[in-house]
Design a protein around this ligand. Sequence first.
Ligand code: MG
Length: 399
Amino acid sequence: MVKLAQIIVAGGKGLRAGGDTPKQYSHIGNKPLIYRTLEALSKVESIQDFHPDSLEVSLIIVHDPAHTDMLQSAVKGYRVSKVHGGETRTESVRAGIESLKDNPPDYVLIHDAARPFVSVDCLADLLNKMQTHQAAVPVLPIADAVKSFVGNEIQDDVERGNLRRVQTPQIFHFKDIEAAYQDLPAGLSLPDDIAVARRAGLSIATVLGDEHNFKVTYPSDFEKAETLLKMKSMSDQKTYYTATGSGYDVHRYTDGDGIWLCGIKIPAPYTLLGHSDADVGLHALTDAIFGAIADGDIGDHFPPSDPKWKGARSDQFLDYAVKRLKERGGKLQHVDVTLICEKPKVKPHREAMRTRLSEIIGLPISRISVKATTTEKLGFTGREEGMAASAIATVSLPE
Ligand code: MG
């Protein structure tokens, strides 16, 4: 059982959005904004396979004590713990974290009450990163030109290539962010929780943010939110079908200093011969995904005749196949790779392979299988002339 606490920060006055009602209690589609946010966050329960164990989720709302009555009626139907916020966002989150101390969760996710459109995919991506990092955050590039100002006067152009917009939810190993907040001097106010994590030197992963996950701030944002809500309820009615694809690949052994297998390098007194890095596992899996979307094979997309792919790392082939799948509105559900060889021993490397595959294809490790078998000394694999891999990819695609 993995325990996940979700802290919703709703302590602000929220009056920039206009009107007398704080924005987090104003309505979108006949429900208060904060209710919509709860709705979105509670979908985390549908990520059944994030971990072999199930997920136990709790919700904490940090709020202004003056809003207690509004909050009470806004969150009807949800089981939430209510915690009084502080003067600043930092103090509010600190109060939320303190409230969890006696029954600490494994992970804590901290989210702005005013972002009602966080997607299940984003939640899954963030949770997935908890297996390799202490913190994770959704980020987005900037398309507009950016300039610095003094008052109303343009001061300078700002190079936007290195800039990213940072969203919530932000997720952390609870004990790490708790310690980071403990080390934070009282009264110090930081813009978000990743800033607190950075200050404490935690390892931080990024995932791709979502334009729909915007922060409702100004009056016009409510119109935008209404439109998006209608669009979402329409797309919820979209139906999907399940497709599977299979892939198979072989490479010959030759003298060398190790082989690439399922995205990791295994030291050995031999290597695999190929135009690219000859990662037989990644090639089989790449072809399985192309197969599931009936999109030709790896040779069509990356011709061995093209010198561009000489010595290429195969993770880019796999990454491209996943991109083609996403362009069709599809989603990877599960992969199963079987390595067929007498050498090397796969088992000691299996978890590293699953972790690397998870990073490349963005699936939780629990949906990634890596198996190995020999052929009882029979055939070319038995004679140790080469190794083979087969893979199956299961995807869902819109009808
Ligand atoms: Mg190959």
